[in-house]
Design a protein around this ligand. Structure first.
Ligand SMILES: [Zn+2]
Ligand SMILES: [Zn+2]
Length: 254
């Protein structure tokens, strides 16, 4: 089981779906180290989601093209191969082409300094709305980042419409100053519109995997029920991964 402090209120996280390896260029653990730590904390699965190639120091696209060499289970923990894409512009374009995205189990997208060409709430919101439409993208990470203010209700409606996930990112409360207000707003709006959420550590070092205490506090305050939190249920995680496969299959069958 997770250490005391990782299980809060009625929430019981089964997996962490957003962590980084050394391949991101500014993170410091390997896949094997993350798996060991996930197992020690009683997690059933984790997704390593390294930054896309547009991030300074990020991996080349070939890194994402060769992930099939990894075992599906390491240390008894399911290993989900993902990416944290950079949204590049208002059109919602991202930094891996479909050929590579179709090889991955999971793709989050987010707005990051140095990677996004645009400025202002309208621009960030258009970018987020367009990214959420993309069938290769499963959800939006750290939408509560105060560096990229979004028209929150529009974004939540879009996530609901396209059956995509919105993240409450635990690292935001430590590294993105001013995240609390926007994250509370996203959590409340997710309840209002019935949009699914995911709670992730965004760990850049193995010992932080599964850390989610502040994010869970925000969810509890906003009245988000456990059934709306994707990673409180392995069944919901499997459904998320299957929905992605189905969307891609539909595209390719066209
Ligand atoms: Zn990020
Ligand atoms: Zn991240």
């Amino acid at each position: 089981m997770l250490e005391k402090g990782y299980l809060m209120n009625e929430f019981s996280l089964k997996a962490d779906l957003h962590v980084h390896t050394i391949a991101s260029g500014h993170a410091y653990s390997t896949v094997a180290e993350l798996a060991r730590e996930a197992a020690a904390k009683g997690l059933k699965a984790f997704a390593f989601t390294d930054h896309g190639p547009a991030m300074p120091g990020g991996p080349h696209r070939y890194y994402f093209g060769n992930l099939r060499v990894l075992p599906h289970i390491i240390e008894g923990v399911k290993v989900i191969r993902g990416v944290e894409l950079n949204i590049l512009n208002e059109a919602g374009e991202v930094d891996l082409p479909p050929r590579y995205l179709s090889m991955l189990d999971l793709a989050w997208a987010g707005l990051h300094t140095l990677c996004f060409d645009g400025s202002g709430e309208g621009s960030y919101t258009r970018a987020a709305l367009n990214a959420l439409k993309n069938p290769y993208i499963d959800g939006l990470v750290h939408p509560g980042n105060p560096d990229f203010p979004l028209e929150a209700e529009e974004v939540v409606r879009q996530a609901k419409k396209y059956n995509k996930v919105l993240e409450i990112n635990n690292s935001s409360f430590h590294v993105r100053h001013g995240s609390l207000g926007p994250c509370r707003q996203f959590a409340s709006l997710a309840v209002k519109h019935g949009a699914m959420v995911v709670v992730n550590s965004d760990a850049h070092f193995a010992s932080d995997i599964g850390r989610s205490e502040k994010a869970l506090e925000v969810l509890a305050e906003a009245g988000v029920p456990e059934k709306m939190v994707i990673n409180c249920s392995m069944q919901k995680i499997e459904q998320l991964l299957q929905a992605r496969l189905d969307r891609i299959k539909n595209l390719e069958g066209r």
